[in-house]
Design a binder for this molecule. Structure first.
Ligand code: GLU
Length: 477
């Protein structure tokens, strides 16, 4: 196949209004972030061009499909804002409900001599290929005049010539038909194959733009031939680049964290996820990739989508998410934290801590562990933090002296800071070092929200109780 990006056409609107786009997932597992990106590209165009976004669940693979995955896809799409409450949305339709139309199309192709039956077994096909030295099916039954029968597959009669796929992302891609075998349309057990079902559904749903993952490009010449054989206009094609991991390997369920649901369940914000997914293979104008959905809709063009693989960089996504968290107002942040913090935590105390936490977390899941020590009586001690903070010989005297200072200090963050600074100085320590034993004593951890604000919230009695408890456990002093 040969590709020429310069000759790509552009998305066109139809006489009936905007384009009819579709997203056609197979419910065979959790919802892949690559699928979410494809869905969003379709969604953005449906919005910018006054088009329609059809959701079609391709559920004809009975062995691999499961209704729970369908529900998961619909939920996950709703989480990123794609759902029936938007007027551009149509569906969901189910491929399995269109089975008769798939068989009717097959019968039509057979009746017109564009498809034929074949009774060769896989072993016989392989033996013939081995004899001739040419891989694949050789068209043996083309002129044998076989009719339907048990175990007979229906094959498409691939015409001679070249199939030219005009792809909005990849340009003009040429396929020599001689390299495409007479492919199966209906299996020996009478069930239509995916290729046929997919084309017939696109046709009956009047889809005129097919935007999907690059892995389907090899299917495209076959599908284009089917559109032509069925007397239907060929849709505008756009194959969007694969997502790869750090090692530049295609994202895989086994190796990588690919389920959109997992990101939702780890406290990513949907708007951050949407924005990040859109930038995989495309960039908005200007010097930041962080842009609101409305601007994405205004600016997104398939012609600007790159055809090289896009790196799904979890660290970058995390940074996006952190930025989105910081863009929330404090009230919104508190609101979003609901569901992420235990319901029995003191709400007023959380309101005080929220702005301090908001600047420090990358996901909502990080919020609770960071401030938990302010809401429970005995925070769990992290052993490594403890050993590191309490290890130096100055730790015990520093704790003793800070306890003494905190017994009488004014209980404000500034005064508490000043008092510890003074204690640290007598040991030749900068504040950063001097505060480590105090932080671990009260929180059990070496990282967390600003210490002195936290102590102010915790109160004198509780702070001193924890510091004394920790001091008693320090054995080096
Ligand atoms: N059902 C196919 C998939 O999930 C999509 C086919 C298409 O978009 O044409 O990969």
């Amino acid at each position: 196949m040969a590709s020429d990006p310069d000759t790509a056409s552009t998305v066109t609107t139809t006489a009936t209004g905007g384009p009819r786009l579709r997203f056609a997932p197979s419910p065979t597992g959790s919802f892949h972030v690559g699928g979410a990106r494809t869905a969003l590209y379709n969604w953005a165009l449906a919005h910018s061009m006054g088009g329609t976004f059809v959701l079609r669940i391709e559920d004809t693979d009975e062995v691999r499909n499961h209704p729970q995955w369908t529900a998961g896809i619909i939920d996950a799409l709703a989480w990123i804002g794609i759902g029936a409450d938007d007027p551009v949305f149509e569906g969901p339709y189910f491929q399995s409900e269109n089975a008769q139309a798939h068989l009717d199309a097959a019968a039509d192709l057979y009746a017109r001599g564009l498809a034929y039956y074949c009774d060769l077994t896989t072993e016989q096909i392989q033996a013939r290929a081995a004899d001739s030295g040419r891989p694949g099916y050789d068209g043996y039954s083309r002129d044998r005049g076989l009719g339907p029968g048990p175990g007979h597959v229906l094959r498409f009669r691939v015409p001679d010539g070249t199939t030219v796929v005009e792809d909005l992302v990849r340009g003009r891609v040429e396929f020599d038909n001689a390299t495409i075998e007479d492919f199966v349309l209906v299996r020996g057990n009478g069930t239509p194959v995916f290729l046929l079902a997919n084309v017939v559904d696109d046709l009956s749903m009047r889809i005129d733009h097919v935007i999907r993952a690059e892995e389907h490009l090899p299917n495209t010449p076959k599908q284009q031939m089917l559109f032509e054989a069925l007397g239907a206009p060929v849709p505008v094609w756009a194959h969007v680049p694969v997502l790869v991991n750090e090692q530049r390997k295609k994202l895989s369920k086994r190796r990588d964290k690919v389920a959109l649901e997992q990101y939702r369940d780890e406290g990513y914000l949907p708007e951050a996820m949407v924005n990040y997914l859109m930038t995989l293979g495309w960039a908005p104008s200007g010097d930041t990739e962080i842009v609101a959905w409305d601007r994405i809709v205004d600016e997104f063009r398939l012609q600007d989508v790159t055809h090289s693989p896009a790196f799904f960089d979890i660290r970058k996504l995390e940074a996006f998410n952190g930025d989105y968290i910081r863009m929330l107002s404090v009230d919104e942040f508190i609101d979003r934290c609901r569901g992420w913090i235990p319901g029995d935590w003191d709400a007023e105390r959380f309101v005080v801590m929220a702005p301090l936490v908001q600047t420090r977390v990358a996901t909502l899941a990080e919020v609770a562990p960071m401030v938990e020590f302010l809401f429970v009586d005995d925070p769990v001690r992290d052993e490594r933090s403890w050993t590191k903070a309490m290890g130096p010989e100055w730790a015990a005297p520093l704790l003793d002296e800070s306890i003494a200072a905190y017994e009488t200090a004014e209980w404000t963050a500034d005064a508490l800071k000043g008092a510890l600074e003074a204690v640290g100085e007598t040991h030749g320590l900068k504040l950063g070092k001097a505060q480590a034993p105090v932080r671990v004593a009260v929180s059990g951890r070496s990282v967390g929200p600003p210490l002195f604000e936290s102590l102010e919230v915790l109160g004198r009695d509780e702070t001193l109780r924890r510091m004394r408890g920790a001091r008693a456990d320090v054995t080096t002093g």
